[in-house]
Design a protein around this ligand. Sequence first.
Ligand SMILES: [Zn+2]
Length: 181
Amino acid sequence: MRYKYCPECGFCLFDKEAGDDGAVPYCDRCKRYWFDSFSCCVIVMVVNEFNEIALLRQSYISDEYQTFVAGFMTPGETAEQAAVREVKEELGLDVGKLVYAGTHWFAKREQLMHAFIGHVRRSDFRLSTEVDSASWVSLEDAPSKMFPDRPGNTQHIIYRQYLDSLSDRKFRGTRIGFSLW
Ligand SMILES: [Zn+2]
């Protein structure tokens, strides 16, 4: 989002050169630049010790497709803390090991998604009111229930990273017992 008015004083901003960044909205009253803003979010693929993935049904997002745990970061919180908190809030599960899966730009909502794989022990969910239902789904069944694999779909990027990590550890075809290639 590009600022038009100063968030501090409400003064109309004008574009002013800011070195390598080019023209940036500037408040002549507060004497400061207002760089474009966007939201920071986390998205967590929750996996248990049987290589099952937690898929969530959230009707406010989709009636058709199932989602991963996701939410907005709050000021003062690291992405890792937000990821652990969101898994606890939405599913009632404690993350034992958190693996970072990079950042991904979600253009539709101007959000920077910090992606993670959250390892948990299989147990029953204690769902937040934001979540209509959740289920443990096998690795092979998960993609057909997720949003379609289009460019910019973070779900599938994380999913593939997880498969690659299994492959790297030579688990492919032995521990998980199937091949997707
Ligand atoms: Zn101002």
